[in-house]
Design a binder for this molecule. Sequence first.
Ligand SMILES: [Cu+2]
Length: 467
Amino acid sequence: MNKRTSMLLTVTAVAVMGATLFGSTFTQTQMTGQSLDVSKMDVDVLEQIHQMGGLQLVMPQAFAETDCDVLENSGRDVKEFNLTGVSVELPIIGGKTYNAMTFSGQVPGPTLRVTQGDVVKMTLTIPADEAVGHGNDMHASQTSSASFESVNPGETSQYCYIAEAAGVFKYHCSGVKLVGMDQHVLSGMYGIAIVDPANGYKKLMVEKTSGSGELDRKFYDADALEFQLQFNQLYLTPEGNYDAAAMFQHHNTATVVNGIQFGYVPNMLHNILIKGDENRNIFVAQPWNGIELEHMQSQLLYVENDQHVRIFVENQGNEPAFFHIVGEILDRITQGNRVQSAATETWSLGGSQNMIVDLVFDEPGTYAFVNHDYAAIYTGGIGVFVAGDPFGLNPRLVDAGIIESPVPSYAYVLGNPSSAVPPMGANSIAHPAVNIHGLYTDEVASEKKAAGMIPLWEVIPTLPPVP
Ligand SMILES: [Cu+2]
């Protein structure tokens, strides 16, 4: 099929598409508080502009090839990315559940990692018992999502593209031929693709003063310990269904990071480890204290001091994310493959925008990362990095025989949460261990256990008590 023929979208077509979207029974049945009046869209005026030859939305003609047969034999590395579109019930805070839509039984969907110039072969399968079809729009591609349309229950479809641009890129369900896209994405059908630069990442320079205050520069190798953080919101009815009216009014029910509210704050297991008492909280907000939630309990992010840390951040949501780490400076901000800022306190991401944060945690301590919008913080947009050994656990862990000698971070004992650990790239430092954490179905959690990840909810209670 010649995709180029479908690339020409006039403004009228876009307007009609919008009317189809917002006027469909699919979304309208869920809107009790109508806040968007399609009748105010003046299609005639847009058509007049079009007749005058203006305002055509034309996709570039030089977009990357999408023919899988051609691309698979092009000599480039081909990375297969297989996703399944499934609706499942998943927990939210307060002992409730919501009706989630997922890629492959997890929110966010699996992270794809490729190198600039690779061919991505994306295959989407929809099980026969799934109620609706799903699509996939990968922002790392430069093809029209409309050409992929959607995949019906019981069917499989695929497309190929060249990952031409380096950076972090959202991918998301495009609904049923774009209808219901908002519902599908905000119910969980999103993820990221990391496209590593063909020439690798740059080393990190951090300015410091030393001695009596003279300026010094410290350089860190490009290799880094890596994390991924995806910000989003949930808009839910009390019954746990998607609430379009709430979405149109930006009245979110929850702020989530990697799918979970407060997913990276301490829980009772950390209380046991650090205080020897499950009821003595070590952080102001510990909403996930129930051990029965297993892989969906909150976990912490562990880093070493004086270590190059790289965080891939994506704003999957409808509202801005003002990314800040309390007590730290973001040493470098990269978007695409271009440095945007250095030594900055906060960097802001609009919807469907991303960045790579490079930093070094200088001192042992606990560092909260936040969306620095108080409404977001209080509804779940906060988590904690623990750098070094701020709780003085090393001697106690050695005495208890849990470790042989002091370790530079608790990741050596507990691992880092699987939901925050992206696949390895050419400049990745391997995490010492990974624990099972994330908004996963039980099947996905079992797969991670079989792959050797640590089930902390089983391990910590068996550790010898730390005096
Ligand atoms: Cu979908």
